[in-house]
Design a protein around this ligand. Structure first.
Ligand code: GLC
Length: 429
């Protein structure tokens, strides 16, 4: 790792973050794209504004749950595509301040994160399905409504861009130092399936260069993601684990995979497609082994809580990260090649062998003889004994044959340790 700015180095050390998708869509509880998917008009959507009352909102509890899960930063949707603002924006009436709840949600979130020692990020939607000057394009809820399209003919994206810039300025001025600005998303040149022009939106619409310059001026240490249709500080594979360290133009890039608990970002009551804690821990390990971060999402309920399914998952993950922090936080990929069904991460002279599938008694590490001075399980610091078998002997040895010279063998217990993913800590010579 060379030439990392302090912000990038900090971000990479965090490795694991919480994404929070919260807005009016938490009330219909049918995915954050419900307005688009069901082609709802502003009028159809109004009941969610009228009934938004997050009486159980306790951001300290969110931040604590995140920290205990092993997360080191949290990114909140300040405004999602629906256009509803979670803070009292001076340039909009479509904000939490104008609901019966009547007060800012962003400030308490920021304070809670800081109090729990988490980094803070703001997600902010470039798209806006409520703003009167945002064109009816192919992802707009009214995309098939001829009458609405005709009425919207004179909409001026430039006016909307001013609004986008003004809101970004508010967010980055009013809440102290912010670590991450997470814009979402550009879709330049997109067309409908039938070939009609979809009026895709990109850098010229958002005035991305200018917006990015303003963000950096207001918050010099901030990291900006890559969804402004111009390169940012890190790239954001979505619901997708890359096959290895990510490379762009021949250079390694900083990356963060964002992942859901159940396929939806917003609270989605009847969606049962939940990932197991075991899978999620493997995804975290997989990310770090490929030099990336994992940003794992929770969609709080309309009352402002993480539902029990999300909390149970986070605490299961936390049971693992409490014992295995060393193999993920501040760790990165190793140049050594991991054996089958395993992932390596490394930090200085410590190599972490994550055993995804439990082998029978022996785990062979070709080429590692003489390179390990001690080995232990990370969860309980119990020694893992190691042997190097002389290749001359193995050639004739019928019980343990075929080992390449220089292979180090770890002797594992028959019983797999009772943790989601066992990790062996190897002290390199
Ligand atoms: C997408 C979706 C969105 C979600 C985001 C997270 O682009 O539009 O609902 O917020 O990805 O990465």
């Amino acid at each position: 790792m060379t030439d990392l700015t302090p912000s990038v180095a900090k971000f990479k050390d965090w490795r694991f973050g919480l994404f929070v998708h919260w807005g009016l869509y938490s009330l219909p509880a049918r995915h954050e794209w419900v307005k688009n998917r069901e082609r709802l008009t502003d009028e159809d959507y109004q009941p969610y504004f009228d009934h938004f009352e997050p009486d159980l909102y306790d951001p300290r509890a969110w931040a604590r749950a995140a920290r205990e899960a092993g997360m080191r930063y949290a990114v909140l949707t300040t405004k999602h595509h629906e256009g509803f603002c979670l803070w009292d924006s001076e340039v909009s009436d479509y904000t939490v301040a104008k609901t019966s709840w009547g007060k800012d949600l962003v400030g308490p979130f920021v304070e809670a994160c800081r109090a729990e020692g988490l980094g803070v990020g703001f997600y902010h939607s470039l798209i806006d399905w409520h703003h009167p000057e945002f064109p009816i394009d192919l992802v707009h809820p009214q995309r098939d409504d001829e009458e609405a399209i005709a009425k919207a003919a004179g909409r001026d994206i430039g006016v909307y861009a001013d609004y986008l810039h003004a809101q970004t300025r508010e967010l980055l001025t009013n809440y102290g130092p912010i670590d991450i600005m997470w814009f979402d998303f550009s879709y330049p040149g997109r067309q409908y399936d039938d070939g009609r022009d979809g009026h895709g939106k990109g850098r010229d619409d958002w005035r991305s260069e200018e917006l990015m310059a303003m963000v950096r001026e207001l918050q010099p240490g901030i990291l900006i993601n890559d969804r402004l249709d111009i390169p940012g500080d890190f790239v954001t594979p979505e619901q997708y684990q890359p096959s290895g360290p990510m490379i762009r133009d021949g250079q390694p890039v900083v990356w963060e995979a964002c992942q859901t608990l159940n396929g939806s970002w917003g609270y989605d009551r009847d969606n049962l497609d939940w990932k197991s804690p075991d899978l999620l821990v493997r995804m975290l390990i997989d990310s770090v082994s490929k030099d990336g971060n994992l940003l794992l999402n929770v969609g709080p309920t309309g009352r402002g809580e993480f539902d029990p399914r999300a909390l149970d998952t986070l605490s299961e993950i936390g049971r693992w990260t409490r014992l295995h922090s060393r193999s993920v936080h501040g760790a990165g990929p190793s140049e050594l090649e991991a054996p089958q069904d395993c992932r390596f991460t490394q930090r200085g002279d410590r190599l972490y062998l994550h055993v995804l599938s439990w082998p029978m008694q022996h785990l062979h590490l070709p080429g590692m003889a003489g390179k390990v001075r001690y080995a232990q399980f990370l969860h309980d610091a119990s020694e893992v004994r190691r042997t190097v078998t002389d290749p001359e002997q193995t050639a004739q040895n019928t019980t343990m044959g075929g080992l390449a010279p220089g292979t180090l063998t770890l002797e594992l217990p028959t019983q797999r340790p009772d943790v989601l993913v066992p990790v062996i800590e190897l002290y390199l010579t």
